[in-house]
Structure formats: structure tokens, C-alpha cells
Write a protein that binds this ligand. Structure first.
Ligand code: NDP
Length: 388
């Protein structure tokens, strides 16, 4: 090889190594596009070999429809294993996504021997979250667990204790913390764009179909943990606390389940709630398994209002601001679909650095404690209950 060719190779290699450490160089490498946003291009993707390996546990509608496709845009995360009770489904998905490590629920603990799995994503019915999270932590893996974190606050506390004992990270998959419109809402409220916020509302629900398998387990106490407030009302609660950057100090609630509806023998079909926040704001909300699909937030401030509807869908959320005396304006934000990869990559980073995820287990426990307080209030006809 001629000297000049060697020099050229060394130069290129040197530049490549430097680029991994330098964001400005990675910016230069980023694809050039004019007239279109390029979210994420400032960060170079990891090479496929260096990406953090994930096992997906439970190949149901959300895993197949949203999480697994979300890896396509991930820059630091890749799927290395599937865990399923259905060998045929796991094999088919394994073939489609080139994932060769397949486990079932009986041999799940063998993931301890698989160094290609660093993170485990629990996408099972709620009643199984605690068991599989703790098993994965005992196998030395970091765990991202779907919302709601578990059936009871005792289970949540046991999951956190298991993470601490294993010195591994535990996160709860509150994806809207990674969704552009929700992040923008929080930033605009913090900047005081609508003045002092005194009042908020949050509604989240859908009409549960007892013939649809993913809804069937949600209607049981054993696998659902709770009812509409656990499953979808939690978006309204957690979202409001995220947007307003505050904590709940007191709640009251009443059940709104229709009488004698056979769907709601075990869990509530609806809950109407009110929460006093530490920052002086009051938020009220509803969750339901009986109304048509909605996810909505509204905040009324001293000089305007901010609202989101839809607020927590997978691919399209809208954020509006109405300043006093001006018409309501739609605020453009980036593609909501980026929330899945952003959440995965943030958790991969938390795992690699062994630092707290943005939405850690403690946040999941906090929310279950608040909902348990709401249930206690509803059981006592709406009595005010302090949240510790
Ligand atoms: P599904 O019923 O569609 O999927 C659950 C999967 O869990 C099943 O397909 C099955 O996978 C596995 N499973 C293992 N044991 C059982 C059992 N006893 N009964 C039923 N399923 C079992 O539910 P979803 O995908 O809708 O929900 C899964 C999780 O994701 C829940 O925690 C839910 O709250 C959460 N979720 C979060 C969303 C979000 O926006 N963050 C949206 C939707 C759901 P297999 O056949 O592979 O064993």
C-alpha cells in the first residue's frame, strides 16, 4: 500500500474515532436536508454491535403494534430476545425481526446466561408485572416495565427493593415523558406562557369491549390490578403531574361505573377524581371504560389556557394555547411517533451508565399510591384522603 493511501486511511480512521466523541463532528456527518426538521440527527447512532440488547416479554397488541416497530428508529437499542407463551408467534416475530433468542415463561430465568440481553421490557398484563420484573432483576438485567407499574403499592415497593438489591435500573414506561407535544406543554407551562396555573383537568378513557382479548384481562382484578383508572386514567394523572411539575398532597374521588354492567364485577368502570397539588393547583379528572376514546388535558392560567387533545396517542397529539383576548392557536410539534424510540434509547442510556431513568420505579410507586388513595376515597363516598 502506498504511503499516501496509508495516510488517507489513518486520516479517515482518526476522523471516525474522533467523531464518536464529538457531537459537532457528528452534526457534520448528519444527513443534510433543507426545509425539513431533523430531530435526533445531532446524535450518531451506535453501531449495530454496540447497541444495548433488549428482551421483550409478552408479545401482545402493544408490543407487536408499537414497541417492536419503535426499535426501528432507536439509535442505541436493539431487540435481542423475545419471551412469549406462544412459541409459534415468537418464532414468526423472530424471523421477521432477525431475533434468534426465544424464551417462554418457564425458562425465562435462563436469560441470566445471555450477555446479549442487558434490558428487559415487561409488556405483560399488570398482574404479572411484579413477578417478571423481579425475576429479570434477579437475572441481573435492567427492567423497563409497562404502566401501571403493578397491582398494588406493596408490589411496586418490592420491585424497587429488587432493583436496589441487584444494583440495576428500574423504569416505568410513561412514554409521554418522551413525546414532543407533552414535553412542549411542560416547557411552556414552566415558562409561564399562560400565567399562574390554578386549575387543570384530565380525561382519559375508552369503551371496553368484553369480547376483545386485550380488554378481557383488563376487566379482571387478578390481571388488571384495578379498572379504568389503573389502565388509562393513569395517563391523565401522571401527565398532569409531568406537565405541572408538582406532587399530589390530597385526593378525593367517586366511582362512575354504570350499575349492573356485567363488565365491572371486579374492577371499576369509571372514576371521577380531584387532586390538590403541592404547588396550589387543583386538577380534576376522569377515567372510564364506558365512554368513547379520549385523552385530554386542559390548564387554565391567569393569562390564558393550554390544552391538549388528543394528549397521549401514539402518533398524533395536538397542543393548543389561547392567550387572553387571542384566538386559540395550534402549536406545531414534532412527530409523536418518536416517543417510542426516544424512551427506549433513554432507558438504554440509563442502563449503560447505571443512572436513574427519567421515569423511574419510584414514580410508578407514587402513582399507584395516589390511585389507591383515590379508591379509598371513592370507597368512602368521596372523603378527602391525604397522600403521604
Ligand atoms: P395484550 O393482551 O394485547 O398482550 C399481553 C400479552 O401478554 C399477551 O399477548 C401474552 O403474550 C402475554 N400474556 C402472558 N400471560 C398472559 C395472560 N395470563 N393473559 C393475557 N396475556 C398474557 O395486552 P396489551 O399489549 O394491550 O398490554 C400489555 C401491557 O402494555 C399492559 O401492561 C398495558 O397496560 C401496557 N400498555 C401500555 C400502553 C402504553 O401506551 N404505554 C398501551 C397499551 C398497553 P404472549 O402470547 O407472547 O405470551
Amino acid at each position: 500500500m502506498s504511503d499516501s493511501r496509508i495516510q488517507r486511511r489513518e486520516l479517515l480512521f482518526g476522523m471516525g474515532a474522533a467523531s464518536l466523541a464529538s457531537t459537532s463532528f457528528s452534526g457534520a456527518l448528519a444527513q443534510k436536508a433543507e426545509g425539513q426538521p431533523m430531530p435526533g440527527n445531532a446524535v450518531l447512532p451506535e453501531s449495530p454491535a454496540a447497541k444495548t440488547g433488549w428482551a421483550i416479554v409478552g408479545l401482545g397488541s402493544f408490543a407487536i403494534g408499537q414497541i417492536i416497530p419503535g426499535f426501528a428508529d432507536a439509535r442505541r437499542s436493539k431487540i435481542t430476545a423475545f419471551v412469549s407463551g406462544s412459541p409459534q408467534k415468537a418464532a414468526q416475530l423472530g424471523e421477521r425481526y432477525a431475533v434468534r433468542h426465544l424464551y417462554d415463561y418457564a425458562n425465562f430465568d435462563r436469560i441470566i446466561d445471555n450477555q446479549e440481553i442487558e434490558c428487559v421490557y415487561i409488556v405483560l398484563p399488570v398482574g404479572l408485572h411484579a413477578e417478571y420484573t423481579i425475576r429479570a432483576l434477579k437475572a441481573g438485567k435492567h427492567v423497563l416495565c409497562e404502566k401501571p407499574m403493578a397491582s398494588t403499592s406493596q408490589e411496586c415497593a418490592a420491585m424497587i427493593a429488587a432493583a436496589n438489591a441487584a444494583n440495576r435500573q428500574l423504569g416505568v414506561a410513561y412514554r409521554v415523558h418522551f413525546e414532543p407535544a407533552n414535553i412542549e406543554a411542560r416547557q411552556r407551562l414552566a415558562k409561564g406562557e399562560i400565567g399562574d396555573v390554578r386549575y387543570g383537568s384530565a380525561d382519559a378513557g375508552f369503551n371496553a369491549n368484553p369480547d376483545y382479548p386485550p380488554h378481557q384481562w383488563r376487566l379482571t382484578k387478578e390481571l388488571g390490578g384495578g379498572g379504568s383508572m389503573y389502565d388509562i386514567g393513569i395517563y391523565g394523572l401522571n401527565g398532569a403531574l409531568f406537565h405541572l411539575d408538582s406532587e399530589v398532597i390530597e385526593v378525593s374521588a367517586i366511582y362512575t361505573s354504570p350499575a349492573n354492567d356485567p363488565r365491572f364485577r371486579e374492577v371499576e368502570g369509571g372514576l371521577s377524581w380531584r387532586a390538590k397539588l403541592a404547588n396550589g393547583c387543583v386538577v380534576q379528572g376522569s377515567s372510564s371504560y364506558c365512554y368513547s376514546y379520549v385523552t385530554r388535558h386542559h390548564y387554565q392560567g391567569s393569562s390564558g389556557a393550554l390544552s391538549m387533545e388528543p394528549a397521549s396517542t401514539y402518533y398524533d397529539n395536538d397542543l393548543f394555547i389561547a392567550r387572553s383576548g387571542q384566538p386559540k392557536a395550534l402549536i406545531n410539534t414534532a412527530n409523536a411517533g418518536t416517543q417510542f424510540a426516544a424512551q427506549l434509547d433513554a432507558f438504554s442510556e440509563a442502563a449503560r451508565t447505571n443512572t436513574k431513568h427519567r421515569t423511574p420505579g419510584e414514580m410508578g410507586l407514587r402513582d399507584i399510591r395516589i390511585i389507591e388513595a383515590m379508591y379509598r376515597s371513592a370507597d368512602s363516598n368521596g372523603a378527602a384522603i391525604k397522600v403521604e
